[in-house]
Write a protein that binds this ligand. Structure first.
Ligand SMILES: *Cc1c(COP(=O)(O)O)cnc(C)c1O
Length: 360
């Protein structure tokens, strides 16, 4: 039985990447050691982290005046670090588009000396769309925080709104490297690696230089300036996760870079969205103009049928297709490494299920 992993994260990795990791597992390039055993201060590891950074800069066309950091703590720790580093005694703007945005807002609100203003929200309709951004946002705000892709709800910005001169801070955890974004549209980009980059444990943070102030955060590990000054090696970074990320970046280059993989992602998601549109049984809970390329929820509208579908899907070899508990139904996460064959099989499976369960 072929297993297809539809997980929202940790998610499927490219098979050639896993094969390379396997072949290099016991002896990394003649070092006689596994990557896991290399000192993070060794020239072996320095070459790995340098390659990872250069590959990511190349893939995303990251300009020289941005720092690329390989950190830990997940996207969730950045929820606190971002207001701590950029908005003390200032106002920070947030757009509330889902569960992860909400957590980012709550983390900022928990800091005494940060003023949080939510400038737009789609909570009124269970986060099933991307809200309009008001025309005149406060131009003195430290930043405006957006979640480019809402992993749980399956919505995504189709373009980055214009916020004037306010730096845009983007949680890109679930669609980094799946969209041809212009890095210069952002002040900060951050992403937990376990969706579209590599294994869990690594968090990529990209920061425009002028946003990094003096080191004046009392907790060193929360201070982006200090972490940047030490080139992500203030403490032991997640070395093996950085190595696998490097292999993923190499694989992405072979796919034609971000433009190449985005074209593949568009083709994959179209297969599934077209099948949902054509179906009388399955529906997308997301407004048509707000749909995500990478996380695609769908429902029958009947909890019992959803449950039956999920049971049969699991038996067929579709792992982690069950929707998030806050949305229900099903959710297919079609990240970069998810193979198109799996989408074709899912569509065939859905048609068969519909025919057997009173649909057309
Ligand atoms: C998964 C996810 C998070 C949480 O990431 P952690 O690395 O587990 O902290 C935050 N934001 C978005 C958009 C996500 O998809």
């Amino acid at each position: 039985m072929t297993i297809y992993n539809f997980s929202a994260g940790p998610a499927v990795l490219p098979k050639p990447v896993l094969e390379t990791a396997q072949s290099e597992m016991l002896d990394y390039k003649g070092s006689g050691m596994s990557v896991m055993e290399l000192s993070h201060r060794s020239s072996w590891f320095q070459a790995i982290i340098d390659d990872a950074e250069n590959l990511l800069r190349d893939l995303m066309k990251i300009p020289e005046n941005y720092q690329v950091l390989f950190l830990q703590g997940g996207a969730s720790l950045q929820f606190t670090k971002i207001p701590l580093n950029f908005a003390q005694n200032k106002k920070a703007l947030y757009v509330n588009t889902g569960s992860w945005s909400k957590k980012a807002i709550q983390a900022a609100e928990a800091l005494d000396n940060v003023t949080v203003e939510v400038i737009a929200s789609s909570e009124d309709q269970n986060f099933t769309y991307i809200p309009e951004i008001p025309a005149n946002v406060d131009q003195d705000a430290a930043y405006v925080h957006i979640t480019t892709n809402n992993t749980i709800e399956g919505t995504a910005y189709q373009s980055i709104p214009n916020f004037g001169k306010v730096p845009v801070v983007a949680d890109m955890s679930s669609n980094i490297l799946a969209n041809d974004y212009n890095v210069e549209d952002f002040g900060v980009i951050y992403a937990g690696a376990q969706k579209n980059i590599g294994p869990a444990g690594l968090t990529v943070v990209i920061i425009r230089d002028d946003l990094l102030g003096e080191s004046d955060i009392s907790a060193p590990m929360l201070d982006y300036t200090l972490l940047a000054k030490n080139d992500s090696l203030y403490n032991t970074p997640p070395t093996y996760a950085i190595y696998v990320a490097k292999l993923v970046f190499e694989w992405l280059q072979e796919q034609g870079g971000v433009a190449g993989i985005t074209a593949q992602d568009q083709a994959k998601s179209k297969l599934l969205y077209d099948a949902i549109e054509a179906s009388e049984l399955f529906k997308s809970p997301v407004r048509a103009d707000s749909r995500s390329l990478t996380n695609i929820p769908f429902v029958t509208g009947n909890d019992e049928l959803d449950k039956k579908f999920n049971q049969e899907a699991l038996a067929y070899g579709f792992e982690n297709l069950k929707g998030h508990r806050s949305v229900g139904g099903m959710r297919a996460s079609l990240y970069n490494a998810f193979p198109v064959e799996g989408v074709n099989e899912l569509v065939t499976f859905m048609e068969k299920f519909e025919a057997e369960n009173g649909g057309k």
